[in-house]
Design a protein around this ligand. Structure first.
Ligand code: HEC
Length: 287
């Protein structure tokens, strides 16, 4: 084989040796950079943190329809604090039987049946517990949040019941559901997440260096399912799954099960520690 034929067969990275131009490296992702496009997932990201997603400041107080002012008691007016990462309010993971957050509100969005307009009206005008978010959020943002809530409830998006069950008196108060394919999840991670998070999920640490992606997912999958479904507010991470609600749920569960492998997705430089053998959150997926 002559040199010209050989060079024609080589992968682009080897072309430099053949006198070709070096391929330009892919641009590095910019962690934390906001995307210009609203895109899918924005309603969920605004539910997570509307200040972070929309670049707005939280007020000192917001008023309920009965005239009572609700002040920030550690909830930062995040709807995820009022209703949890599972949208179930006091019946869910933030409720008194589980993580018992002081600021959780009673409404279980997943047990309701309101159309989008009615959900929007509750968010805009408030109820006997919730202050009126119409004072700080424009109608189109409120509609996106309402649509997100209805889509999770009606399973047009992944539903928390696809991902985990609640467990009283157990670490984190949840366990991943059976039925995942961790090998499929690992392949999905390599294709979809590794560019930003690194092949082993240690390229970015969270909560001031406390967690790698692996150690976070093994301890807080009830949060991470939501991030994979919607993205992270105000960052380059948008929705990471597509298809029907059930397909999204399966993919999210597969990825979370893959992240239960402590060897493949280690702590790296994270300071917060990892789960011990037998920890119930990953269940049979823990490696
Ligand atoms: C375009 C880059 C990008 C892609 C692709 C991406 N992420 Fe992210 N991800 C980020 C950024 C940026 C953050 C926010 C980090 C921060 O500021 O705390 C983040 C945050 C997260 C968080 C939240 C952690 C926390 O403590 O709040 C999880 C969980 C997560 N990503 C998982 C994934 C998974 C799983 C995938 C693939 C299915 C994925 N990400 C794909 C960039 C990305």
């Amino acid at each position: 084989m002559n040199r010209k034929t050989l060079c024609a067969l080589l992968a682009p990275a080897a072309l430099v040796a053949c006198g070709g131009a070096a391929p330009s490296p892919a641009p590095a992702p910019t962690p934390g950079a906001a995307t210009d496009e609203p895109g899918p997932g924005r309603g969920g990201r605004a539910y997570d943190s509307w200040t972070g997603e929309l670049g707005l400041a939280a007020p000192a107080a917001l008023r309920r329809p009965d005239g009572v002012d609700v002040t920030d008691t550690g909830h930062a007016f995040r709807l995820k604090n009022f209703y949890g990462w599972d949208l179930r309010g006091a019946a869910g993971i933030y409720g008194p039987r589980y993580q018992a957050k002081a600021y959780v509100l009673g409404r279980d969005w997943l047990a309701g049946a309101e159309p989008v307009d009615a959900v929007l009206a509750i968010l805009r005008d408030g109820d006997h517990e919730l202050p009126a978010f119409g004072a700080v959020l424009p109608e189109d943002a409120l509609r996106e949040i309402a649509q997100f809530i209805v889509d999770v409830r009606d399973r047009a998006l992944a539903h928390p019941d696809d991902i985990f069950t609640l467990v009283e008196g157990s670490p984190g108060n949840y366990a991943l559901r059976p039925g995942a394919d961790p090998a499929r999840g690992a392949a999905y991670f390599a294709d979809t997440c590794a560019d930003c998070h690194g092949d082993d999920g240690t390229a970015m640490l969270f909560d001031d260096g406390a967690y790698s992606l692996g150690t976070h997912s093994r301890q807080k999958a009830y949060e991470d399912w939501f991030k994979i479904l919607n993205g992270h507010p105000g960052s380059a991470m948008a929705r990471q799954v597509s298809g029907t609600g059930a397909e999204m749920g399966q993919t999210i569960l597969d990825v979370l099960a893959a992240l239960c492998d402590r060897g493949r997705f280690p702590a790296g430089a994270a300071t917060g520690g990892d789960v011990p053998d037998g920890d119930p959150r990953c269940g049979a997926y823990l490696r």
